[in-house]
Design a protein around this ligand. Structure first.
Ligand code: IMP
Ligand code: MG
Length: 181
């Protein structure tokens, strides 16, 4: 069972998250009105945000997923590779990469470059959380729900050791409690 003391403080309540996702979905809907959009989610962190966003969008959407793994300690810092690729081609489609958080930017930069090389009509980036204070490489964030401080957060798909993804709110993890998990 989830230890409630592992949560230090709630940054955004479930209600705030849902309201903000609806606002962002409305903006996206305006930009892609008349066409359809392929949402590309990054497993597993973006799953909760992607499904909420998809349900709030009033334009036709397709969804597909990829998974990445990082080279821990090997190769260049922030290097990632695709561990599970998309099921379908994205050629000539309007694609939106959907992320849980853009932190250093390494993951998003790699994925945007990879997607762009497959000749989509367009590629955009949408993230639930944006932490610009930790950015190392610049990436164009087209849509984001919340800017967050430099604290480790969980919930709405974000995990600590695979836990807390299913929280409906976004919270700062208590570092002491986290050590006891
Ligand atoms: P980056 O932008 O390449 O640094 O990668 C961001 C990835 O690091 C995200 O997709 C998350 O998996 C993970 N991450 C970064 N900050 C947090 C956090 O505060 N909580 C949980 N996961 C995080
Ligand atoms: Mg992630």
């Amino acid at each position: 069972m989830t230890n409630p003391s592992a949560i230090e403080r709630v940054l955004f309540t479930e209600q705030q998250v849902n309201a903000r996702i609806r606002e962002v979905a409305a903006e996206i809907g305006k930009r892609y009105r008349g066409g359809d959009l392929k949402l590309v989610g990054v497993l597993k962190g973006s799953v909760f945000f992607l499904t909420a966003l998809a349900r709030a969008l009033e334009i036709p959407v397709k969804i597909d997923f990829l998974a990445i793994s990082s080279f821990n300690g090997r190769g260049a810092p922030g290097m990632v590779r695709i561990a599970k690729d998309l099921d379908d081609s994205i050629q000539d489609e309007d694609v939106m990469l959907v992320e849980d958080i853009i932190d250093t930017g390494f993951t998003a930069r790699y994925l945007l470059q990879t997607l762009a090389s497959r000749e989509p009509r367009s590629v955009a980036l949408c993230t639930l959380l944006n932490r610009t204070s930790k950015r190392i490489v610049q990436v164009p964030v087209d849509y984001y729900c919340f800017e967050i401080p430099d604290r480790f957060v969980v919930g709405c798909g974000l995990d600590y050791k695979q836990l807390y993804r299913n929280l409906g709110y976004i919270a700062v993890l208590n570092p002491d409690a986290a050590l006891n998990i």
